[in-house]
Design a protein around this ligand. Structure first.
Ligand code: HEM
Length: 459
């Protein structure tokens, strides 16, 4: 066979493969089982169009403000992806049918096969891992983590106090980057409760571990684009060494001094035969799942309060009656805080307006006039004071069903303590003219991790 004929055959062969691909793509988009679901037809051709929009961080805006009004509560956004914001359909999917998570979650694993609680796609694995780790987040156990969380809130107050004392305060107080400082606080809290000690992010502003955990996540996501990228985006050594040393040190203690999340994971290891790498994966996962999300929610609650002065005053009045004074060595008691109706109402309402969710379209569920009424976009904590007002199944800031957030009580405890401490101790003033530029890559956050607010001591 001549070379020309050989190349012609190869060309025809490749041409046929290409045609088959084009045919399948078009067939799936226009005639496949999902073709009846409304959505942008271009996006139905290839996942690339929807994924590509993620790079700017503004994909959530496109979904909420362009697609949702145009296509309704069930939208096809890729050949095999739909977004749902109808409460009955969401419930059916994640509670009643309890569908497993999509295979794409594997992308954030260390290795494609290395399942973790958050990324588990196998039901049996998830059930067992959840059973093993649940004690770390049980309400009773959280009470013993309370003093560890307070160590970090103490730092938060000391840091803000020092800034006010150093810079003096004018009418609107000293400028504090509320988002930055609350992110540091959330990182310190996970450090203190799951990594044997806070990272001192609040006091020093830097520690390699949180950076390295974020870097590992970015590298893992990059690897999902193509396995060929693995040599360029491999994991770095630091995380493994840090966690490895920590675990070794803890195991050497005959009578572990700290009953923290790390200890629960190590106890679970004894019971289940988890490998050291699995212990590593699980602790790093808590850092990733629990820091940006909690920081975002706490910061949005404080910012929204400061923008609604009457509500801020109402909260202050409630706190003042319940906890007369707050200082670094006298922080509010969570047992008292969890019973304060307006504090809880503020937190629930802020989580409604700014949910830190992934997956299904919870943002649209929380912003639906059909469920919440005409004031859906307003900050109305009062709606939470009467449980009858809350629409059933239309509120899921921590998701629902078997894959709901294992850390939700932990997060609520932390958010209550922080908001109560800040509102009781400081006069907090919004500084107008700043953009609340929310971007979402995995969880939502403020674009530059920055929002300045005025802080002064309350008289
Ligand atoms: C306000 C703060 C938080 C919010 C809004 C939040 C929200 C969520 C949501 C919506 C999910 C479901 C995700 C999905 O379906 O893919 C989830 C799962 C999870 N969250 Fe959170 N979370 C918060 C704080 C935390 C904290 C503090 C931790 C741990 C220390 C944590 C650990 C986890 C884990 C491990 C899962 C996976 C649970 C499972 O699949 O069984 N979260 N979270």
């Amino acid at each position: 066979m001549s070379t020309t004929v050989f190349f012609n055959i190869i060309q025809i062969f490749l041409g046929l493969i290409f045609l088959r691909y084009v045919y399948n793509t078009i067939y799936k988009a226009y005639f496949g089982p999902l073709s009846k679901i409304p959505g942008p037809k271009l996006f139905a051709l290839h996942r690339f169009f929807f994924d590509g929009k993620l790079l700017s961080g503004n994909r959530w805006r496109l979904v909420q403000f362009v697609f949702r009004p145009k296509y309704g509560s069930i939208i096809r956004v890729a050949p095999e992806a739909i977004l749902i914001s109808d409460r009955d359909e969401i419930k059916k999917l994640i509670v009643i049918e309890d569908f497993p998570k999509a295979p794409r979650y594997a992308g954030v694993r260390r290795e494609l096969q290395a399942e973790t609680l958050f990324t588990a796609t196998t039901k049996t694995f998830h059930k067992e891992r959840r059973r093993l780790l649940s004690p770390a987040f049980a309400m009773k156990y959280l009470t013993s983590l309370d003093p560890l969380i307070k160590i970090c809130i103490r730092d938060l107050i000391i840091k803000i106090d020092q800034t006010i004392e150093k810079e003096g305060s004018n009418v609107s107080g000293v400028m504090i980057n509320i988002y930055g400082i609350l992110l540091n606080c959330a990182l310190d809290v996970i450090g203190e409760t799951a990594f044997g000690g806070k990272f001192d992010m609040i006091l020093t502003g830097t520690h390699p571990l949180p950076y390295e955990a974020g870097e590992a996540l970015r590298r893992r996501l990059a690897r999902t684009i193509s396995p060929l990228l693995k040599p360029f985006f491999g994991d770095r050594e630091y995380l493994y060494t840090f966690v490895g040393d920590l675990v070794k040190k803890r195991r050497q203690e005959t009578n572990p001094s700290r009953q923290d999340i790390l200890q629960i994971v190590l106890d679970a290891q004894k019971e289940s035969g988890m490998t050291d790498l699995e212990v590593f994966d699980q602790t790093v996962e808590f850092l990733i799942a629990g820091s940006d999300s909690t920081a975002f929610c706490t910061a949005m609650a404080i910012i929204t309060l400061a923008r609604n002065k009457e509500k801020l005053q109402k909260l202050y009045d409630e706190l003042k009656a319940a906890i007369p004074s707050v200082d670094p060595d006298n922080l509010p008691d969570h047992e008292t805080l969890k019973r304060l109706p307006y504090l809880n109402a503020v937190i629930y309402e802020s989580l409604r307006l700014y949910p830190a969710t992934f997956g299904t379209n919870i943002y649209a569920l929380h912003h639906s006039t059909e469920y919440w009424g005409e004031d859906v976009n307003e900050f109305v904590p009062e709606r939470w004071l009467d449980p009858e007002n809350i629409p059933r199944d239309a509120y899921m800031p921590f998701s629902a069903g078997s894959r709901n957030c294992i850390g939700q009580n932990f997060a609520l405890l932390e958010i209550r303590l922080i908001i109560a401490a800040l509102v009781s101790r400081y006069r907090i003033v919004d500084i107008p003219g700043q953009d609340l530029d929310i971007v979402q890559f995995l969880a939502p956050r403020l674009r530059n991790r920055k929002y300045n607010m005025g802080f002064a001591f309350r008289k």
